[in-house]
Write a protein that binds this ligand. Structure first.
Ligand code: DC
Length: 234
């Protein structure tokens, strides 16, 4: 089974299952998985922990910009085992809390933060054989990606999936609370000035409201086989 040297860009709304799908693709194709949202979340965690973001004063942009010059966010491990680190501290769990989710969209809307994350992603993806997920991968980060997917799903399905995931990790959240956070993030992500969430004209839409991960993999393998003339089916 030969998969060509390509970049797979996955964009879409919050909690449409982009990262689960991207992790599975990384495993099956032997690609590196780059979780762009984790980098935005890492910057947000840094800002929260260092008092650079508050409810009343907003974000201390000059201080955050200064910190970005030396902030070391990176991934360790291949395939689905990709984990996010800040220096030598594993931040995988800390970046998935509702506290970070509640602040990440305004932080990710800052052009300085977007530049920082884009540079990291382009460095990590320069040799291809990567799958990335985010909001602007196919439009801004890798506009020449060979395969672009835009994921959508019903908001109630998304809220239930994300709430179950968080509850399983011991977070005390309700479906309604998660649904509100999702809708708020969808709105900010789609309406910000810099690199808003948008479908690239050449991206293929995947609505997975009623699909399992395995269904999605079959769907993808058919597309890869057809487009790159490669038989990737089992
Ligand atoms: O995919 P996620 O929920 O972990 O992403 C967290 C936030 O980061 C999301 O609300 C919007 C932002 N984000 C972005 O603006 N651009 C990306 N390429 C990825 C994420």
């Amino acid at each position: 089974m030969h998969i060509p040297d390509i970049i797979i860009a996955i964009d879409g709304y919050s909690s449409t299952g982009k990262s689960s799908f991207a992790r599975l693709i990384a495993d099956e194709f032997g690609f590196l998985y780059l979780d762009s949202g984790a980098l935005y979340r890492g910057v947000t965690l840094y800002a929260i922990e260092n008092g650079l973001v508050s409810a009343s004063d907003g974000i201390d942009v000059p201080a955050l910009e200064k910190a970005l010059a030396t902030l070391d966010l990176h991934f360790e491990g291949r395939g689905s085992h990709c984990r996010t680190f800040m220096g030598d501290r594993c931040i995988e769990k800390d970046i998935r809390t509702l506290a970070v989710s509640g602040k990440v969209s305004p932080v990710a809307a800052l052009p300085q933060v977007r530049d920082y994350v884009d540079r990291r992603l382009r460095e990590l993806g320069k040799d291809k054989r990567v799958v990335l997920d985010g909001r602007d991968i196919g439009t801004t980060v890798f506009p020449d990606a060979e395969l672009k997917i835009f994921m959508v799903a019903d908001v109630d399905v998304r809220a239930m999936r994300r709430a179950a995931e968080m509850q399983a990790k011991g977070e005390d959240v309700s479906v309604g609370e998660v649904r509100r956070n999702l809708q708020e993030r969808d709105y900010i992500d789609s309406h910000r000035k810099t690199s808003p969430l948008a479908k690239a004209p050449d991206a293929i839409i995947l609505d997975n409201s009623r699909m399992t991960l395995q269904d999605q993999m079959i769907w993808l393998k058919d597309i890869v086989a057809g487009r790159f003339n490669t038989d990737v089916r089992d």
